[in-house]
Ligand binder design. Structure first.
Ligand code: FES
Length: 596
């Protein structure tokens, strides 16, 4: 079998190798490669090897198999995660690829996160999954690892964990869903989910219709069918160089997805035999490439938080001022919902996928960045010159959808450390405004009062939500898409300025200012806003200011200090709330930065 015994494994080959391997382990300490690396510590290395092999043999492995390069497969299949329901088929294909290249594939489970089946929200568990992934890569004997991710938080969690573990790693993306049909509409999660819900709330859709639509929105395996967080993070993984070229956008149920899984298994064996670790691929330069792709896609605002967290794991940075410079020089190229109102991820894949976007951006990219294949990004793109692109979906750099990036960071007295607005999915008429704040102090307050007939609100007001940031009890949910009050919806209002320290689904849209930092729960100025205050927004100037004088703010701050609540009493909730960083730093835990 190709490459067998060339892995650097110290386990030897075949049954006769046992004695040699034991001697070698005894002579040189812990083997560095193969199934015998990283021994369980019983105080006797030979005993550790003997025990490990005894249990491995109980699984039916031959000594020949145990001598091969070991490829771990971090499998995030879970019945709580509908987006990953096709993973068993992909695992089979990865294993086929690993075996054909002479490796030993050992699959292992990690935490899996799905957006709608976790409380209070999936973001709360991204760091836990990243820690699980990192520690299992480090603790188990593998020479490389395939990271199987898809649903929103799974890909960043795996990249964060793999970057910290720094063993050779390759990402296999699960891929997006295909669209479905409801009546005459082509539909896909979850931009259409939100549109229908807004129609239902406005009374323009009845109960029967909304229930019918619910059964048609998600009809295949895979991640959301639009350029939401999952597809944005898949694109980021490919732009970073952590996936095989051209694989990020393949639909989940497409045969190419299975072929990509097999090829990923083959590449994982090549990685297992070498030294190409994530720290050689995820660098300051490749982080900036990924940020450009995020901007050109008009991708999810969540991508900014996750990319900052990935950067933080390798000692790089996604500085929001630098992000604005990148945004000013990166046009929006992809007409995929929620940008535009027509195309879905399956169209984007057929149109040319991430490769087509990268080729348009190539004069702005750091082409010397290394990728998982051992080629630089420049070499990859040179080999793809001339491939057909559907310009209805992926625009050329000469004729972009927008001349500047889809996302922009705002700074000012309301957000001294920054906030994010997705201008490509917002209403330009609302960009330069001063509005009266209508404040909700928590998610519970929001849900209790937003539809109250006597709520004092007009379409020109700014809705403000407090205490939905990372260290709040809510744990930074995707609640930044504040519902428009029913009475305004019924009057035909489709958008208004909304401001919070929460996140927003990548599938959502509107003039929505998110990730305000520092957050309210950490004592940021957002905590001091009161209904009736004036807030000035200027997307052109990248500013968001609270127009309240200093003396009044100081008075409010004293009250806030007195009323400050303690964090959670115990467990992961306490760890999270006490150690989570703010949004511009990726909401990672402060103790997970690399050692200086
Ligand atoms: Fe899994 Fe949208 S819920 S990707």
């Amino acid at each position: 079998m190709a490459g067998k015994g060339k892995s650097g494994s110290t386990a030897g080959k075949g049954p006769g190798a046992t004695k040699g391997a034991t001697k070698e382990a005894a002579k040189s300490g812990v083997p560095q490669k193969g199934f015998l690396q990283g021994l369980a510590n019983y105080g006797d290395a030979d005993f550790s090897i003997y025990m490990r092999r005894a249990f491995a043999r109980s699984q039916g492995f031959s000594m020949d198999e145990l001598s091969r390069p070991v490829v771990g497969i971090a499998n995030t299949y879970s019945r709580f995660n509908p987006c990953h329901r096709h993973f068993p088929e992909l695992v089979d294909a990865i294993k086929r690829g690993v075996a054909s290249a002479g490796g030993l594939a050992l699959e292992f489970p990690t935490i899996s996160l799905h957006e709608s089946t976790l409380t209070p929200n999936s973001m709360k568990f991204r760091n836990l999954m990243a820690m699980d992934t990192e520690e299992m890569i480090r603790a188990q004997p593998m020479d490389s690892v395939v990271l199987m991710g898809g649903c929103d938080k799974t890909v960043p969690a795996q990249l964060m964990g793999a970057a910290s573990a720094n063993k050779p790693a390759i990402q296999l993306i699960g891929g997006p869903q295909m669209t479905g049909r409801w009546r005459e509409h082509r539909v896909g999660a979850c931009t259409d989910c939100r549109k229908f819900w807004m129609e239902y709330r406005a009374g323009r859709m009845g109960k029967t219709e909304i229930e019918e639509a619910e059964g048609r929105l998600v009809t295949t395996a895979g991640t959301c069918a639009v350029m939401g967080t999952a597809s944005t993070m898949a694109a980021i993984a490919e732009a970073l160089g952590m996936t095989l070229p051209g694989t990020a956008a393949i639909p989940a149920v497409h045969a190419d997805r299975i072929r990509a899984a097999e090829a990923t298994g083959v590449q994982a064996v090549a990685l297992a035999r070498g030294e190409l670790t994530p720290s050689k691929i995820i660098t300051q330069k490749s982080i900036e490439n990924a940020a450009r792709v995020l901007l050109a896609l008009g991708g999810s605002t969540n991508g900014v938080v996750h990319l900052a967290a990935i950067a933080g794991r390798v000692g790089a940075k996604l500085d929001l001022q630098r992000f604005n410079e990148l945004s000013d020089t990166t046009p929006v190229l992809a007409a995929v919902k929620p940008v535009g109102n027509e195309h879905y991820m399956e169209d984007f894949f057929a149109a040319g996928g991430i490769g087509a976007v990268l080729r348009e951006l190539k004069d702005r990219l750091n082409l010397d960045c290394m990728t998982i294949t051992g080629e630089t990004l420049g070499e990859r793109l040179a080999a793809e010159e001339g491939i057909w692109v559907d310009r209805r979906v992926i625009k050329s750099i000469e004729e972009p959808i927008e001349p500047q990036g889809g996302l922009v960071a705002l700074f000012g007295s309301l957000a001294p450390k920054g906030a994010i607005i997705k201008r490509s999915a917002a209403t330009p008429a609302l960009f330069e405004r001063t509005g009266r704040a209508v404040v909700f102090t928590s998610l519970a307050d929001l849900s209790e009062r937003i539809d109250a007939p006597d709520l004092d609100v007009t379409a020109d007001d700014f809705l403000v939500l407090q205490n939905a940031g990372p260290s709040s009890p809510a744990g930074m949910p995707e609640a930044g898409f504040l519902p428009i009050p029913k009475k305004l919806l019924a009057a035909g209002v489709k958008d208004m300025v909304r401001i919070s320290d929460a996140r927003m689904s990548g599938t959502a849209y509107g003039t929505i200012v998110l990730h305000v930092a520092p957050e309210a729960a950490a004592g940021g100025p957002l905590a001091l806003v009161r209904t009736g205050d004036k807030i000035k927004l200027s997307v052109k100037n990248r500013t968001i200011d609270l127009l309240v004088d200093e003396a009044e703010l100081a008075k409010r701050r004293r009250v806030w200090e007195q009323e400050k609540k303690p964090t959670a009493p115990r467990g992961y909730d306490r760890l999270f709330r006490e150690r989570v960083l703010q949004a511009p730093e990726g909401c990672d835990f402060d103790f997970l930065a690399p050692e200086a």
